[in-house]
Design a protein around this ligand. Structure first.
Ligand code: SF4
Length: 341
């Protein structure tokens, strides 16, 4: 690490000292690191007996996006959002679309120094409704996410996390105080798949969903359907039942179509019939708002009123082209549509 890179170092907020080294307490991996060692996420290092993040303000991606791109379909539709990321992820998904930044080491990726105050200033200048901590894993750059969120809140900018949800409860609960909305990737209701596909486990992700909901963070869920891995009818059914049984029937569920990528480039794209089957199962189980992403052949982006079934938000891709909502209620029957409108 060069001398100038020291500006990206910040002492970690959640760790403890053990006889075997410093232990990071951010995520369920709970890495124990000897002097000089880095964590599974490639962004945390033991330096002389203290744990540091190496990516504080080390921004490797910065874009203006419509909020629908996160995807968040029930959170200030058509508003703009500044998306930010640093290098690093605590998962290692074989299907990662951003592996060049998520699986890299910080010094190998071109980054700019954008500490929280400058990041939020960039939001203000661009008149952004929200800032999204996204693309890689915002929980691995926890300190940057938390400090930026606090400043954003002061400036009345919404904070959005787009995450795989693999975090411990204490840091999550602290962050929840400043987060307005989240899209969490629920890969499957299958612990074996979590282990084999992502080097993670299922239960902490379910716990994250429950904690976010209890903290009244607006939540949407994404489930990528990968042929032969998690597109089994029974597995989709089980996942939807868990969601409904745990009070997530009003939480928008985005089924996303898989395309060959990274280490899974030998698997064919998800058949359209599978996408439609998943949507049918979810409706049948009782989920009210279901979307199909990465699909151009059929429209999976519209919102229908769960009560009168009329089209209330018409979208083309990420863009809203017509809306029939009055103060968050269906214009036709008055049903309250879940979300922040
Ligand atoms: S955040 Fe990184 S260093 Fe900390 S426990 Fe998770 S993988 Fe390990």
């Amino acid at each position: 690490m060069s001398h100038s890179d020291n500006r990206y170092l910040k002492e970690a907020y959640y760790y403890k000292i053990t006889q075997r080294g410093v232990q990071c307490l951010i995520c369920p991996h709970k890495c124990i690191l000897k002097d000089g060692q880095i964590g599974i996420c490639h962004t945390r290092i033991n330096r002389n007996g203290k744990l540091y993040t190496e990516v504080y303000g080390r921004t490797c991606a910065l874009h203006l996006d419509p909020i629908e791109k996160k995807p968040l379909y029930h959170f200030h539709p058509s508003s703009n959002c500044l998306s930010v990321a640093t290098v690093g992820c605590n998962l290692a998904c074989k299907n990662c679309q951003n592996s060049t930044i998520s699986q890299a080491i910080p010094s190998s990726v071109k980054s700019v120094y954008l500490p929280p105050d400058e990041l939020i200033e960039t939001c203000v200048k661009n008149k952004c409704n929200s800032i999204a901590y996204t693309y890689t894993e915002p929980f691995t750059y926890f300190e940057y996410t938390l400090d930026s969120s606090k400043l954003a809140r002061q400036k009345k900018i919404n904070n959005v996390i787009v995450s795989a949800g693999y975090i411990n409860q204490d840091p999550l609960k602290e962050l929840c105080q400043f987060i307005d909305a989240a899209n969490i990737d629920l890969k499957s209701y299958d612990n074996e798949l979590y282990k084999n596909l992502s080097h993670a486990t299922l239960q902490p992700v379910l716990d994250t969903l429950i904690t976010l909901k209890a903290a009244k963070v607006w939540l949407e869920i994404t489930n990528l359907l990968i042929p032969g891995l998690n597109d089994n009818k029974n597995k989709i059914n089980e996942m939807c039942h868990w969601l409904v049984d745990n009070g997530f029937e009003d939480t928008p569920l985005h089924f996303s179509r898989f395309f060959p990528t990274y280490q899974l480039n030998n698997i064919e794209p998800t058949p359209l019939n599978t996408m439609i089957m998943a949507r049918d199962i979810a409706y049948e189980v009782g989920i009210k708002y279901i979307y199909l992403g990465n699909v151009t052949e059929i429209n999976g982006d519209n919102t229908y009123c769960p009560s009168c079934h009329k089209l209330i938000i018409e979208r083309k891709g990420y863009y809203v082209i017509d809306k029939h909502l009055i103060n968050g209620k269906c214009e036709y029957c008055g049903y309250t549509i879940a979300g922040k409108f």
